[in-house]
Each structure stands twice: as structure tokens, then as C-alpha cells.
Design a protein around this ligand. Sequence first.
Ligand SMILES: NC(=O)C1=CN([C@@H]2O[C@H](COP(=O)(O)OP(=O)(O)OC[C@H]3O[C@@H](n4cnc5c(N)ncnc54)[C@H](OP(=O)(O)O)[C@@H]3O)[C@@H](O)[C@H]2O)C=CC1
Ligand SMILES: CCCCCCCCCCCCCCCC(=O)[C@@H](N)CO
Length: 359
Amino acid sequence: MSSEEALSSTFTDWLFINSWWLLLPFIMLIVVAAFIVAFVLLLYMISPLISPKPLKLNGAHVVVTGGSSGIGKCIAIECYRQGAFITLVARNEAKLLQAKKELEKFAINDKQVVLCISVDVSSDYSQVESVIKQAQEKLGPVDMLVNCAGLAISGKFEDMEVDRFKKLMEVNYLGSVYPTRAVITTMKERRMGRILFVSSQAGQIGLFGYTAYSPSKFALRGLAESLQMEIKPYNIYVTVAYPPDTDTPGLAEENKSKPLETTLISETSGVCQPDQVAKIIVRDAVQGNFNCSVGPDGYMLSALTCGMSPVTSITEGLQQIVTMGLFRTIALFYLGSFDSIVRRCMIQREQSKAADKRE
Ligand SMILES: NC(=O)C1=CN([C@@H]2O[C@H](COP(=O)(O)OP(=O)(O)OC[C@H]3O[C@@H](n4cnc5c(N)ncnc54)[C@H](OP(=O)(O)O)[C@@H]3O)[C@@H](O)[C@H]2O)C=CC1
Ligand SMILES: CCCCCCCCCCCCCCCC(=O)[C@@H](N)CO
């Protein structure tokens, strides 16, 4: 072998060895991609295992706080129509009796019972505990608890009386903690149950006028996430519902003192009918979905704000992964338009104030 030949053969060897190295990143890429595909397929395969078994409402005992009016009443009707036994909880007895009458029109068999209990869910835990005990003695253990009693007050931060901040936390947050605390032990013993919290779209985003209301609805999400992690092994499923403005006596009352900005911003997702909202909420609670949104804006908001919340179906998880960036882009436009509403209202107010002074 001439020295020239020897040189070229070492060069080919060198190239051969090095071209393998060059291929390595591609091989790794293919292996990683194969792993991802296999992982997704595996998740799909086990998805029926992680989706809870739907709750049978027929013959179940459903307790609805705030069940004498609005969304709560419609949720109670929806469950009653599917054969449930209902306990309505609220303060005003006349309204409770009126709601009971309305519910009874939807009976599907003659065994069904509607029980009314008058109590303030937010003031004293021992009272709430004792009325839940009464209800369980009469209609059996609670299969589903619907925390819907709530109050909305809107107004500018500096106009809001300071005690309103406390009031809203008491009714909307503690008023959901107490009934939940009162049913949870029995549910864990029975290894079954559903807990529903009615939050609001204002529990997903903070908006002008909701400095007191929004935090009380955000709090429910924190409670729900923590609680779900504790009770999932006991086969108990938590649902948080985030409705938009819904045509109820509660909304009519809130509208009497709503700032113009809040009205204009809330109009984005329109006004829903309580029976439609109730149907969606009951369906999600029965299925054991953690998240329950209403309408297209609600869907986008929920995907956008899912954070580390539990996922109840693989499809939901995949949808969140794929849509989040797009929805954030859309959200930036919404935020821009909300800012301009607020600025326009401010300028208008200042102009009319100046005009008043001149007169
Ligand atoms: N309507 C809407 O636009 C939206 C409402 N929501 C939420 O949905 C829930 C229901 O709202 P909506 O149907 O409009 O409200 P309504 O005012 O129509 O009904 C509220 C119900 O809660 C009861 N309630 C209020 N405070 C207490 C209390 N301290 N103890 C026991 N019961 C109480 C009321 O009865 P009583 O006064 O006799 O006690 C009534 O039955 C609320 O949590 C609200 O924040 C969320 C998004 C939108
Ligand atoms: C991709 C991003 C989409 C963004 C959509 C934003 C929509 C904002 C509308 C918020 C409406 C708030 C309703 C509060 C209702 C309520 O709880 C009270 N009325 C109770 O009485």
C-alpha cells in the first residue's frame, strides 16, 4: 500500500465513523417522537379509566343551597326532573315554599320528595351541620351537594362599603365551605358523591366593578382544586361552574347599582337563561367534570385559565394544550377593548362633571 492509499483509507474510516455521529441527533429525535406518540396513545387507552362513572340522579339525594331562586332553583328542577330527591336550602321560607311548589310540577314518580330548610349558610357552622344532619335523616345520605347560594354586589373599589368585602367572602366562600364540610365525612365513608361549586366567569378574570365579588369566586377555585386532590381516591368528584351573566332575580338586583363599565364589559359574553345554564351544570356535575363552562366565551376562558386544575378527560387536556396560545392572543384583544371601555367612561364622566359645574 502506497502512502497515498493509506491516507485515503484512514480518511474514509474517519468519515464513516463521523457520519454515524451526525445521524445520532436524528435517531434520537425519532425515538423521542415515537415515545411521545406511544405516550399519547397510552393516555387515550387509559382515558376511560380516569373518567369517573356518571352519577345516577334517579333516586339520589341532592342538596341545593340557594335552591329557592335563579340558577339554584333551575338546578334543583333539572335534578328533580331526572328523579332525584331534593333538599332546598335558603333563608326566606316563603320563597322556599314557592320554589317547592314549582319543583313538584316536574315529578316523574310519586315517591319523590322536596324538603325545604331555612338557614343562613354563611353565619354559623354548627347550624349548617345540624340542618344537613336533619336532611340526611329524612332523605338519606347526600349524593350531590350543589353550593349555589350566593350574592353579587358590584361597584367601584372606593365606593364599596368596607363591610361588603367581608359579606361577600362570608356568603360566597364560607357559605360553600360549611355545607361541604358537613357532607364530606359521610361521602368519604360511602366512597361516592359529587360536590358542585357555582363560581362565575368573574371567578376566572378580574373585571372593573368586581373587586369584592371576584375574589370570593376565585376563592372557590382554590378550595375546589385542593379538595379534589384529597377526595378523588374516595371516588368523590368536584365540579366548579363558571356561568356568565344569567337572567335571575339576583342579576336584576345586582344591576340596580352596577357601574356602566361593568355592564358594558359583561355584555361581551351576553346574558344566558337560567334553565339552559342549569342543564349544562347538572350534566357536567353528573359526569364528574372538574370544569364547567357556559357558552363559547366560557369555553375559551376555561381553556385559558386551566392552570394546574385537574383534567377529567384526555380530550379536554389535549384541547387545552392546542388552544391555549390562540386563546391568549384573542384575550389580548378583549383586554384592549375592556381598557378602552374604561377609559371612555372615565372621560365621559369627567366631561359631564365639568358641564354640571358650569351650569
Ligand atoms: N345570575 C348571574 O348572572 C350569575 C350568578 N352566579 C352565581 O350563581 C349563584 C346564584 O345566583 P342567582 O341565581 O343569580 O341568585 P339569586 O339571587 O336569584 O338566588 C340566590 C339564592 O341564594 C340564596 N341565598 C343567598 N344568600 C344566602 C345565605 N346567606 N344563606 C342561604 N341562602 C342564601 C337565596 O335565598 P334567600 O335570599 O332566601 O336566602 C336564593 O335562593 C350565585 O352564587 C351567583 O354568584 C354566577 C354567575 C352569573
Ligand atoms: C379568550 C378570552 C375570552 C374572554 C372573554 C371575556 C368575557 C368577559 C365577560 C365577563 C362576564 C362576567 C360575568 C359575571 C357574572 C356574575 O357573576 C354576576 N352577574 C352575578 O350576578
